[in-house]
Design a protein around this ligand. Structure first.
Ligand SMILES: [Zn+2]
Length: 123
């Protein structure tokens, strides 16, 4: 018992750096995931729009209408709507944030697919 009481504070001290600031980062990751999920949704709806009308939707409003959304999708970090641009090569939907979460170009995300969480930083 006495040994336990001596070890426990050391253990807590060793663990606490992992906890401090962790909440903020986890929140950022959650927002980034939500934002990318929104962009994937818009990309899916673009494919549906093109299949239906034979052209890309040149604004997010058109996709909102197609999906029956009453509230537009917003980036959870900056609460702004997504930017849609269309040209002859296809479409781009972009995160509007000052610290953008990425973009989807013609259905291809700019970010790499999620990897399993690796322990201990870079490898
Ligand atoms: Zn975003």
């Amino acid at each position: 018992m006495a040994r336990c009481l001596r070890v426990l504070p050391a253990l807590l001290a060793a663990l606490s750096p992992m906890w401090s600031g962790c909440g903020g980062r986890l929140e950022d990751v959650a927002r980034m995931r939500q934002c990318r999920s929104n962009m994937n949704t818009l990309a899916t709806e673009q494919a549906l729009y093109r299949a239906t009308y034979g052209c890309w939707a040149d604004s997010v409003d058109l996709l909102d209408g197609l999906a029956g959304r009453t509230e537009p999708l917003l980036c959870p970090s900056c609460s702004k709507g997504y930017e849609m641009s269309v040209d002859e090569s296809g479409y781009t939907v972009e995160c509007p944030s000052d610290n953008p979460h990425g973009a989807v170009v013609n259905g291809t995300p700019s970010w790499s697919e999620e990897r399993p969480v690796s322990r201990g930083g870079s490898s």
